[in-house]
Design a protein around this ligand. Sequence first.
Ligand code: ZN
Length: 454
Amino acid sequence: MQSIHARLALMPSGWQKDVSVFFENGFIKQINNEFSATARSVDILLPAPVNLHSHTFQRALSGLTEARHPTLNDSFWTWRELMYIFIAQLKPEHVGAIAEFAFMEMLETGFAAVAEFHYLHHNVDGQPYDDIAEMAGRIIHAADRSGIGLTLLPSLYMQGGCDGRDLIGGQRRFGCSLDLFENLFSKTSSHIEAGASDHKLGVAPHSLRAVTPDALAQLESICPTGPIHIHLAEQKSEVIEVLNHLGSRPAEWILNNLNVDHRWCLIHCTQMTESETKLIAKSGAIVGLCPITESNLGDGVFNGTYFLDSHGRFGIGTDSNVHISLWHELATLEYSQRLSEHRRSALASLSQSTGRTIFDNATKSGATASGRNSGEIMEGKLADFIVLSADNEYLCHRENDQILDSLIFCGRGRSCITDVWSAGRHVVVNGRHKDRDRIVQAYRTTLGQIKQTF
Ligand code: ZN
């Protein structure tokens, strides 16, 4: 049995002093306030959230798409064209090395687990690999080696738009008919079962553009219990396309046509009316926000204050992984609300500070959205922890909610996080991933094999 004694811990009831947590086989077995001589003594203990939205292969694209195109208006859609060209180079071993590097960075910033929205399935010519779940297997292997908890969401991608047009170019690596996807899902399930015991499997219809209404209706029978994630209402032109072909706006359509509940995670939702915002809040679905990527791609601003006032739930993802930082994501979210509403402490409540409110959402809703039994330091939950040092310039002389506010707005996590556990696996020690040198070397080698201009 491992044990940690924290001077201060964020518990379900709030901040508590002198907390001892005992855990075994990945789960918290006991919590009390008795000091044990064998316990690891730490300053501050937090529950570690799940990164609820990631496409790990895009990590290696970061920094390569920031130049202005001479003739086009740069946008999400021009970025997507570059991404399609980029992925033509990626072999399964590249995808594995990039995933492990991204997982390492996620752990170092405090995520204990990740929901990987996985759509890069096939060979460059669009043909499945001999093992149709080859790429999924690489991601699972990378998660196992890095020690991160994984909820894998194989993505169904059928068509190039709502009009049913064929997939072209880079999109062919994503494409599946519903029958092919069923096979892919089943093989992915076998890989998941061979991985760490806290891994989970869900499903991800890519978007209303890429999946037909008939197939959407059948996905629940392919994956009857796991989480269901979908990109929704990210771009203005996407809203218009869905409105023209399906007869209503994306959020409206999905709420009227599918059984959207707490199993669903709606990614982005940066293009919503107030009535849609209210209805999604009421549905119980989690909204998956990725503020750094949404800023990078110019998606728009989520209607966060209205959503929280409507008792909605949101979690945080790193999406394109252009910059992997839990704390920077949270700051970007709050700042987007302040800029659009011209006020401060936009997402705070009267009883909890800004940092506390958004961190609580990230931990609790991230767990729900990924189907992971985590998100709180509580007996029976997975031992997913962040340890902070109070002995640094960002957190010294700070108490309770001020700690989270300082992490998010002053320090952005740098030099504050000393240790991270994922399901009892002690993966970050003294601020570094335990296998950082090996993982970075493999990532460098991979970058050397990929063209950096295209
Ligand atoms: Zn995404």
